[in-house]
Design a protein around this ligand. Structure first.
Ligand code: SF4
Ligand code: SF4
Length: 116
């Protein structure tokens, strides 16, 4: 049986159901830790797709999941994550600086050039 997209597909802090993502950038804009970015994807809506570039920096704040209008992004339950021996990151100055660069890059992943 295929796993529900709401179920963590692995030991990931944050994951996406790409079928639902409309590439609206909202989750990227609210992430404090520079975890997310958009990548060019010619086959998807608006020509872009959400990308989880730095899962190791996810602080588990849930802002992305709470603000996504399309229920496309999910964050691990804190207690389940901890019970599995995993932990979210702490917010660092480096992560905050990366987030500022992503915003300045029009919410595109820093590996992507140009403006969509
Ligand atoms: S907020 Fe949701 S729909 Fe918008 S880019 Fe993020 S995952 Fe996709
Ligand atoms: S839970 Fe918070 S830190 Fe993690 S990706 Fe979502 S908004 Fe970013």
């Amino acid at each position: 049986m295929a796993a529900s997209p709401m179920v963590n597909p692995g030991d990931q802090p944050v994951w996406v159901n790409t079928d639902n993502c409309k590439a609206c950038d909202i989750c990227v804009s609210v992430c404090p830790s520079g975890v997310l970015g958009m990548r060019y994807e010619s086959t998807s809506t608006l020509g872009a797709m959400i990308s989880i570039d730095h899962p190791e920096a996810c602080i588990g704040c849930n802002e992305c999941e709470l603000t996504c209008p399309d229920f496309a992004i999910y964050v691990a339950d804190k207690q389940e994550f901890k019970a599995a021996g995993l932990s979210f990151a702490k917010l660092t100055d480096d992560a905050k600086a990366r987030q500022e660069k992503i915003v300045a890059n029009n919410y595109m992943s820093l590996s992507e050039q140009g403006v969509k």
